[in-house]
Write a protein that binds this ligand. Structure first.
Ligand code: SF4
Length: 203
């Protein structure tokens, strides 16, 4: 297990463990907190299915390239892990934990399984990644789709970019208040993101 996998495994196990200790009411409240974000993710999913799914399946997935998943250590926010754990069944999280124990021998993301990404709700960085070639092909034909995509990218910031109170910051705080910490809590430990907060004066 390399250091990336270790960080991922420790953080994910911590999220799973803590969620198991919550009462039904506490869990429900946390789920409610993420409900607006899940609607946003539905909108992104619908957009991608409508405009990119065929192209990406044809150009990348079917020929086994999976270029978007070729990086060994994809960035995952702590908030990504919390939301995914909330929407997943325990077996799915256990499968992620089991895969993180194995050595990553390829040049692909450790989470890329036989049927694609093993996360039920992919990390936001992955979901919002469109390669230049795909963007060019689709937006050349449908310029209005580019406007819709830019709008979705702006909406993403409302949950992840800490120039205002955002969900991903709140989720980190929720776990910090319960006594946990993780190197994946970028909204509390990345110098760049802390600067964004400072400039927005809400640190
Ligand atoms: S987390 Fe999933 S979508 Fe993201 S790079 Fe890995 S396999 Fe691909």
């Amino acid at each position: 297990m390399n250091s990336y996998q270790k960080e991922q495994a420790e953080s994910l196990a911590m999220v799973q463990r803590h969620l198991e200790t919550l009462s039904a009411a506490e869990r429900k409240a946390l789920e409610l907190q993420t409900s607006d974000y899940l609607l946003f993710r539905d909108d992104v999913h619908t957009f991608l299915s409508e405009h990119f799914s065929d192209l990406c399946t044809e150009k990348c997935y079917r020929n086994n390239l999976s270029a978007c998943c070729s990086r060994e250590g994809i960035i995952t926010f702590f908030g990504d892990m919390v939301v995914n754990t909330l929407v997943s069944i325990n077996e799915e999280i256990n499968a992620l934990l089991a895969t993180l124990q194995k050595p990553n021998t390829g040049f692909k993301c450790i989470y890329l399984g036989n049927k694609g990404c093993m996360w039920r709700l992919k990390p936001i960085v992955c979901e919002m990644f469109l390669c230049d070639q795909a963007q060019k092909e689709v937006f050349r034909e449908k310029p209005w789709a580019e406007d819709a995509w830019n709008e979705l990218k702006q909406r993403k910031k409302l949950y992840t970019w800490p120039d205002r109170p955002v969900l991903f910051d709140d989720l980190e705080r929720y776990f910090m208040d319960a006594g946990y910490s993780s190197p994946l809590m970028y909204l509390h430990n990345s110098p760049g993101l802390l600067r964004v907060k400072q400039q927005a004066s809400f640190l």
